[in-house]
Write a protein that binds this ligand. Structure first.
Ligand code: PLP
Length: 389
């Protein structure tokens, strides 16, 4: 079966009620047929659900779909994207270990690496997406993981995943961990290049409708098993209800992404031709400095466009305030088009020079392109540029 058919058709096994759509398994625990079955499931001799902190038919179905998409051996579902990212560190690393991370990462992941993990003796070094030649020099004997996001948020810089995969040959003990949230596994499949684990905020495009929080990590079975021990005993499990929502949403992921991407490309082209815009970044726009790489590792350019308006901070604020349809919010990956001013919101905790380093300027605006009719999105952007002059 093709990928899209598998996303629709793979589901947990039908109950004696012969339901067509998978029901919601709101149960905290599961019963055993007899004492022997309970013993064997606890001993890992046979597979079976015990308790929803460990597994549940709804979360298993969701995980299986993500594994299918990413080409992964196994996976785990979490209550949020941050729970997933945290577990990918805490479940696999110990005190004394070192992480190399690309500098342009999600805000809370930055806090985790710089403020929280050092409390438990896990340190990290930042490297730059656009200076791959510096990465190898950052490796220390205690380096156990390389973490990154591509495309980056909101700079939309890319890291060559095929190149990253070559680290495996020289440093087989280093775990390669990619947050694939921006691209989604429909557009980009890091495991194909030798990446060990892939983490996601499912909150974004996997739900895609701005409703529920969730996260997922998939990848090498031995690493997922090690992380399973961590999550069983610390409890960041995804709720059955959210898993049920995500699983239904994945049935339409490719359809939604096709439209997000075609709308986003049209927006990027329109903004590039505007006199009021200083610069536009979109991976599949020929003017993107890494256009060739984007074409190679991303099926399409994704749903995010970043622009810098002329006139800096004040103009950017006026531009946002002038929207008639587009929402001002810090979220992304919704059916509704959303504009964010990173310098004053998502990245306001960074110092000015730290923001510049990752491509955020006072006039930068990130737009998460939604699924409205493209003519309405273009009209609103054009009138807001005009109004904010
Ligand atoms: C949103 C996001 C996260 C965090 O996910 P939550 O579901 O909000 O906890 C992590 N990484 C990236 C790239 C994100 O966009």
């Amino acid at each position: 079966m093709e990928e899209q058919s598998k996303l629709v058709r793979s589901q947990s096994s039908r109950s004696h009620n012969r339901e067509h759509s998978v029901p919601l398994y709101l149960t905290s625990s599961f019963v055993f047929d007899d004492a022997e079955q309970g013993r064997a499931i606890f001993a890992d001799e046979i597979e079976g659900n015990i308790y929803s902190r460990y597994s549940n038919p709804n979360t298993s179905e969701f995980i299986n779909k993500v594994c299918e998409l990413e080409g992964a051996e196994d996976g785990l579902a979490f209550s949020s994207g941050m729970a997933a990212v945290f577990a990918s560190f805490a479940g696999l690393l110990r005190s004394g270990d070192h992480i190399i991370s690309c500098r342009s990462i999600f805000g809370s992941t930055h806090q985790l690496l710089t403020q929280l993990l050092p409390r438990w003796g896990i340190t990290s070094t930042y490297v730059d997406a656009l200076e791959p030649q510096t990465w190898e020099a950052a490796i220390k004997p205690e380096t156990k993981m390389i973490f990154l996001e591509t495309p980056s948020n909101p700079g939309l810089d890319l890291i060559d995943l095929e190149w990253l995969g070559t680290f495996k040959e020289k440093y087989p003990h280093i775990i390669l961990n990619v947050d694939n949230c921006f691209a989604t596994p429909y557009l980009q499949k890091p495991i194909k290049y030798g990446i060990d684990i892939v983490s996601h905020s499912a909150t974004k495009y996997m739900d895609g409708q701005g409703r529920v929080l969730g996260g997922v990590v998939v990848g090498r079975a031995d690493l997922i098993k090690e992380m399973m021990f961590f999550i069983r005993h610390t409890g960041p499990a995804m709720s059955a209800f959210n898993a049920w929502i995500f699983s239904r949403s994945l049935e339409t992921l490719t359809l939604r992404m096709d439209r997000h991407c075609s709308n986003a490309l049209a927006v990027a082209e329109m903004l590039e031709s505007s006199e009021e815009v200083e610069s536009v970044k979109y991976p599949h726009l020929p003017s993107h400095p890494q256009y060739e790489l984007a074409k190679k590792q991303m099926k399409q350019g994704g749903g995010i466009v970043t622009l810098v308006v002329k006139g800096g901070f004040e103009r950017a604020k006026k531009f946002l305030d002038a929207f008639e349809m587009i929402s001002i919010s810090s979220n992304l990956g919704d059916t509704r088009t959303i504009a964010t001013h990173p310098a004053s919101t998502t990245h306001s905790k960074l110092k000015e020079d730290e923001r510049t380093q990752i491509g955020i300027f006072p006039g930068s605006v990130r737009i998460s392109i939604g699924l409205e009719d493209i003519s309405d999105i273009l009209k609103d952007l054009a009138q807001a540029l005009e109004q904010s002059k």
